[in-house]
Ligand binder design. Structure first.
Ligand code: GAR
Length: 199
């Protein structure tokens, strides 16, 4: 199976995925990394790992779907079977999601369905919950609402700041995302209604 990573930012999850794939802990080939941000450090990480890195400029397109048609065109060229979002902060169009039904994974930094949206870690921290943590889920046509694959609880201690909490959540993300990707690639995830069974 071939997969692509879409990333907009720092790319620490991308790095964890690259490392896991190199170590044989993901049985699939990462063929291309694509970003909607020219300066995304994720693109540099891809190039350093000798993985093709592509920047698509959103300003070159009149709307979300035409951007996504260009994106899907690149993925077809690389014969991509499934797509991994790793800090990709651009909403996907219905068109794109239909191209890859139940073949797009995302990671979110809170225990969904709590604290959906762009600031999952800060929103959980500010709310005062005692436990939060990342969620890997399938992408459906509703933001942060897809079927849940893996979650890892992270405790918020009295001494935690937003920064220390972010670090703990990232570490947990780097553990569960490669694992979820490998399960998917090996056909071990079975979607039954809203539930995902590991078979
Ligand atoms: C991750 O914490 C991920 O959960 C979050 O962006 C960060 C990207 O970090 N994604 C979302 O908030 C999606 N709504 P990275 O660029 O270092 O992998």
């Amino acid at each position: 199976m071939n997969f692509a990573v879409l990333a907009s930012g720092h790319g620490s999850n991308l790095q964890a995925i690259i490392n896991a794939a190199r170590a044989g802990r993901i049985k699939a080939d990462l063929k291309v990394v694509i970003s909607d941000k020219k300066d995304a450090y994720a693109l540099k990480r891809a190039l350093r790992a000798k993985i093709p890195a592509i920047y698509i400029n959103p300003h070159d397109f009149s709307d979300r779907e035409s951007f996504d048609r260009a994106l899907a065109g690149h993925l077809r060229k690389f014969k991509i079977d499934f797509v991994v979002l790793a800090g990709y902060m651009r909403l996907l169009s219905r068109y794109f999601i239909r191209q890859y039904p139940n073949k797009i994974l995302n990671i979110h930094p809170s225990l969904l369905p709590a604290f959906k949206g762009l600031h999952g870690t800060k929103d959980a921290f500010d709310y005062g919950v005692k436990v939060t943590g990342p969620t890997v889920h399938f992408v459906i046509d509703e933001v942060d609402a897809g079927m849940i694959v893996l979650q890892e609880p992270v405790r918020i201690e009295a001494k935690d700041t937003l920064e220390t909490l972010e670090r703990k959540i990232h570490k947990a993300e780097h553990r569960i995302y490669p694992k979820a990707i490998d399960l998917f690639a090996r056909g071990k995830l079975k979607i039954i209604g809203r539930k995902v069974a590991i078979v």
